[in-house]
Ligand binder design. Sequence first.
Ligand SMILES: CC(C)CCNC(=O)Cn1cc(-c2ccc3c(-c4nc5ccccc5[nH]4)n[nH]c3c2)cn1
Length: 262
Amino acid sequence: WKPSDFELGKRLGKGKFGRVYCVREKKSGFICALKVMSKDEILLYKVEKQFVREIEIQASLRHPNCLRLYGWFYDDKNVYLILEYAAYGELYKMLKKRKRFDEVTTSYYIFQVAAALEYMHNKHIIHRDLKPENILVHFHNQIKLSDFGWSVYAPQNTRRNTMCGTLDYLPPEMVESKSHDETVDVWALGVLMYELLVGRPPFEDENSGVTYRRIVKVDLRIPTFISSEAADLIKKLLRYEPKKRISLHNLQRHPWIIKNRG
Ligand SMILES: CC(C)CCNC(=O)Cn1cc(-c2ccc3c(-c4nc5ccccc5[nH]4)n[nH]c3c2)cn1
């Protein structure tokens, strides 16, 4: 592949390490997202190892709810990623616009994210960075998990994790730098479900020390407008004990998921 194989379309956004464009591959007319990352940025941020691991992980994933990485190429200045195009963009932007989602839509989103996570966990891959910014939406409310920058091959033993970005999605064991495993994604799914239904994450506070304390205390307050089945599932996801969290298998059979999947 080379850049001139593609017709440049609208700019889709600025990722952490690059610019993303909607493009059309000239010969086939295929629409995809082209991510352009400057080589010296990758070298500057010393993320080439994470970058290679992310490419390996994303290229190996084949699931309707995991964003495809079709291929990649580079020239003297940039690295180019040929990624699947999601018609409606980031879930995060949709959430900001709508304030919060209804329970039917949210349960369909949570069901799909759980299916993608179950698929990844079966391949011993932990996502570790589940949040609305990393979830893209396609036609018919189809969800695409993206940005496997923090994904690692389990089991993950304890190591100092330089956490960048939001603390809101961290489970107690990561806040307390204990060892962690796939169940960190189950906790994050609980945070995601709460945020989609309520419009803000459950332990949010402008003071990150307070957020830390609220996470390790599991200081969870569920608003009354949330249905009792939804509240039941949120409580089963946001358990302090990793082993006590509901499994992704059982989540897909929870009354709130079944009832709302229509
Ligand atoms: C190191 C390398 C392997 C990283 C691989 N993973 C990524 O690059 C993750 N990533 C995906 C994207 C991305 C961003 C936006 C889109 C979009 C998209 N569609 C949109 C529709 C309307 C408005 C915005 C849209 N963005 N489709 N596919 C995308 C893919 C950016 N980074």
